[in-house]
Design a protein around this ligand. Structure first.
Ligand code: GAR
Length: 199
């Protein structure tokens, strides 16, 4: 099977991007990471990607007057890269239909909670404040509802006595790095089919 060409969107550290890159070093992995775009020029993940020889681009949301204008430019750029799939990896932007619709069923995101719990920001703080016993991460298709698309895969971790948002985030992040390559492979091979898509 031909490997799927994947573009990764980041805003920061890029550790999930690095986990995908690591998985894709195996020639049998069903996807290859071919391009990385950040909306922030200072994202540390850009250097990680460049050091691995990947093509990178910065498209700053600050250069555009509206969310739609930024998303239109980003989509135009992504369309030029001959990509099959997009993986958002710590891409901290609320996306509009201008970006979401062209990639429907082909764009995924990793989110640090057991969706549908804790959509949005500060997930670890909110889980702790609720006294949650279990927390985790999810990979889902991006839909027009924020963090609301169909879930592809999830991983759970225990919340331990004395946890802070930082210790809990670190425990979840270990699982994110394992989960994201698995979920991307499920989509790339067709093992995961978006709901409503015939087999
Ligand atoms: C990850 O924990 C990811 O789940 C989260 O940001 C972090 C990015 O880390 N994403 C979101 O909160 C999306 N709303 P990374 O840049 O090291 O992959």
């Amino acid at each position: 099977m031909k490997r799927k060409r994947v573009g990764v969107l980041i805003s920061g550290r890029g550790s999930n991007m690095a986990a995908l890159m690591q998985a894709a070093r195996d020639p049998h992995y069903p996807a290859e990471i071919v391009h990385v775009v950040s909306n922030r020029a200072d994202a540390p993940g850009l250097a990680t990607a460049a050091a691995a020889g990947l093509s990178t681009a910065v498209i700053s949301h600050r250069d555009f007057a509206s969310r739609e204008a930024f998303d239109t430019a980003l989509n135009d750029h992504l369309q030029q890269q001959a990509l099959d799939l997009i993986a958002c990896a710590g891409f901290m932007r609320i996306m509009t239909p201008a970006l979401i619709r062209p990639w429907a069923g082909r764009m995924i995101n990793i989110h640090p909670s057991l969706l549908p719990l804790y959509k949005g920001l500060h997930t670890h703080e909110r889980a702790l404040a609720d006294g949650a016993k279990t927390h985790g991460c999810s990979v889902h298709l991006v839909s027009e509802e924020l963090d609301g698309g169909p879930v592809i895969a999830q991983a759970a971790v225990p919340v331990k006595p004395g946890d802070t948002a930082e210790t809990l985030a670190a425990r979840v992040l270990v699982e994110e790095h394992k989960l994201y390559p698995v979920a991307l492979a499920l989509l790339a091979t067709g093992a995961f089919r978006p709901p409503g898509k015939p087999s």
